[in-house]
Design a protein around this ligand. Structure first.
Ligand code: IPM
Ligand code: MG
Length: 358
């Protein structure tokens, strides 16, 4: 048995998660993967019902799962409530409680979507990188955090073990790719970055086959736009990774296409990078492909089914190539809604599996 905790969340979350679950169920029917699903509330909808964004029941379901599939949290309705009840807090608490310290954000260009990018197609075509973001340390979680009328404090702490374990993930990931790591820090200014760089350099000695370069974060932000194809694994701390992953995503021109996986020692959390998009929620027009590609990551990293992961990814590419698209993707071809897009992917994936059998 493999238990998937399903947390649709707010806004378009439920609509896109539906399509992800539909695909998983179809695969399960076809291949007997032994999947079970359990759903719970998270984010604003949980605040409305239970008064907290991460109810105990939800956390318990996550802690008894093999993987969590999450939609999105937040929306204008909860923008002005006290900090501890903000929907984003649920996400931070969930990441921390699950110990999912390695956040994998792949950014891969898709030929039929090149025109959606604000960057010249010859620069974007062929981009294939991963932002590997440390997710449970750094300034997001450091103590003390303090605020009064005149002063506010956030604290950026990194321990050696936190850097070592994310470095391990980076080197292992890079072995199955182009064997190049760009470690991003601000070592000219920050003590935490100097420790970061030192630990990465020590780790690098264990992996002589991998090339390691160090970039300051400001320079990296620039190089990502100028020469995104040169990057393979971009390894960085929590807040730099938050910022650079939005930037890297923007290179592709469509937030609706970006998946993510957050992996720890015991648990894994899968979520699309986009937010809850309250402006289009409930209209059935959200792009479910980021969630569907997130399901591909679940197949790859949790179920260890690289074959199925790449089948899903190539099904998505084919469908886009044929011109099927949701309104966020400005390409020629047939405009489809969320459910239809999900159906198209399921049909195509099943057809491909059928073909493999023959
Ligand atoms: C992300 C988001 C979150 C983060 C927010 C919603 C807490 O921006 O996953 O990148 O800052 O980590
Ligand atoms: Mg972010």
């Amino acid at each position: 048995m493999f238990k998937i905790a399903v947390f649709p969340g707010d806004g378009i979350g439920p609509e896109v998660v539906n399509e992800g679950v539909k695909l998983l169920k179809a695969l399960d029917r076809e291949l007997n993967l032994g999947l079970t699903f359990e759903e719970a509330l998270i984010g604003g909808i949980a605040v409305d019902k239970y008064g907290v964004p991460l109810p105990k029941e939800t956390l318990d379901i996550a802690l008894s799962s093999d993987a969590v599939l999450l939609g999105a949290v937040g929306g204008p309705k909860w923008d002005n409530i006290e900090v501890s009840k903000r929907p984003e807090q649920a996400l931070l608490a969930l990441r921390k409680n699950l110990g999912v310290f390695a956040n994998i954000r792949p950014v891969k260009s898709i030929k039929s979507l090149l025109s959606a990018s604000p960057i010249k197609p010859e620069i974007v075509d062929g981009v294939d990188l991963i932002i590997l973001r440390e997710l449970t340390g750094g300034i997001y979680f450091g103590e003390p955090k303090y605020r009064d009328k005149e002063k506010a404090i956030d604290t950026l702490v990194y321990h050696r073990y936190e850097i070592e374990r994310i470095a391990d993930v980076a080197f292992k990931l890079s072995l199955s790719r182009r064997r190049k790591i760009t470690s991003v820090d601000k070592a000219n200014i920050l003590e935490s970055s100097r420790l970061w760089r030192e630990v990465i350099n020590e780790k690098a000695k264990e992996y002589p086959q991998v090339t390691v370069e160090h970039l300051y974060v400001d320079n990296c932000a620039m190089q990502l736009i100028r020469r995104p194809k040169d990057f393979d694994v971009v390894l960085t701390e929590n807040m730099f990774g938050d910022i650079l992953s939005d930037e890297a995503g923007a290179i592709l021109g469509s937030l609706g296409m970006l998946p993510s996986a957050s992996i720890g020692e015991k648990y894994a959390l899968y979520e699309p990078i986009h937010g809850s998009a309250p402006d289009i929620a409930g209209k059935g027009i959200a792009n479910p492909l980021a969630t569907i590609l997130t399901v591909a990551l679940l197949l790859r990293y949790s179920l260890k089914r690289e074959d199925l992961a790449s089948t899903v990814e190539s099904a998505v590419e084919e469908i886009l190539k044929e011109g099927y698209h949701t309104p966020d993707l400005n390409i020629d071809g047939e405009l489809v809604n969320t459910v239809r897009m999900g159906d198209l992917v399921v049909e195509r994936v099943l057809k491909k599996l059928e073909g493999d059998k023959r």
